[in-house]
Write a protein that binds this ligand. Structure first.
Ligand SMILES: [Zn+2]
Length: 263
């Protein structure tokens, strides 16, 4: 139950596989693809959003609430605690999003600080890093529970949605004029951010086991922010909203199934 060195090691391996590995794997077809059909791109990213949404609920929030109750909290206080941590996760992501300058491929520039001479490529990388950190965090925290089903569910789910995300990023970088190899390399680099998130998430749990329910819901809030602030708007602005919505349902259902079967 307690976070052990084993769980920490698992978190490291899981975030490396689901974050770096899956993102890089997804980027590889960009070797042969110059561009992605806009409709397909929206569908792939919406699928990822659906997985993230269901992972937020089933792999992070519900296990967090269950853990609080196991720790002796009443139902009401367990849920209120999860809500507080969820909102805190969303708020911190919002603050990062506001403060740190970055560029989305379709949404354009975000962040209050003047960009100055930051090279454009880094603005994309920062945007993807902001997206990827919560995913790594989720994998790290889920693996920190030491529960096999929760860990495997979160790892598989996040890994699964990173494949289309990696492809989308690598192709988008190419469409910005970067070479194939450079685009794939930079995409792989953004996958490394998930390892940082994973180590951070599992590391926080080393402080005390009492942090666990908070960390689970916090990671969920961070993911929920990305889904609502970034992915849904970006996949609903080029005229293929219906397909995007259905793709989100597919991703959500798949993650819900994975969690139910594994946990
Ligand atoms: Zn994602």
């Amino acid at each position: 139950m307690l976070l052990t060195a084993d769980n920490f090691q698992n978190a490291l391996i899981a975030s490396a596989l689901a974050g770096f590995g899956a993102t890089t794997l997804g980027a590889v077809p960009a070797m042969f693809l110059r561009r992605l059909d806009e409709r397909l791109n929206n569908n792939l990213l919406s699928f990822a959003a659906g997985v993230m949404l269901a992972a937020t609920i089933f792999s992070l929030l519900l296990p967090g609430i269950a853990r609080s109750k196991q720790g002796g909290a009443s139902v009401a206080s367990a849920v209120l605690q999860a809500i507080a941590a969820l909102c805190l996760g969303g708020f911190i992501l919002w603050a990062i999003n506001e403060l740190v300058p970055h560029d989305h491929f379709t949404k354009g520039h975000d962040g209050a600080i003047d960009v100055g001479r930051l090279r454009k490529i880094w603005l994309f990388v920062i945007a993807i890093a902001i997206h990827n950190f919560p995913e790594g965090l989720s994998v790290g925290v889920a693996n920190g529970t030491g529960e096999f089903g929760t860990s495997l569910g979160a790892t598989l789910g996040i890994g699964l949605q990173n494949v289309p995300e990696g492809l989308s990023v690598a192709v988008a970088l190419q469409s910005q004029g970067y070479s194939r190899r450079y685009s794939i390399g930079v995409t792989a680099l953004t996958g490394l951010v998930e390892i940082v998130g994973g180590v951070f998430g599992a590391g926080v749990l080393l402080i005390s086991e009492a942090v666990l329910p908070w960390a689970l819901a916090f990671a969920g809030g961070a993911m929920l922010f990305i889904v609502s602030d970034e992915i849904i708007p970006e996949t609903h602005r080029t005229g293929f909203e219906n397909g995007a919505t259905f793709a989100l349902f597919v991703g959500f259902s798949l993650m819900m199934f994975l969690d139910a079967v594994l946990a």
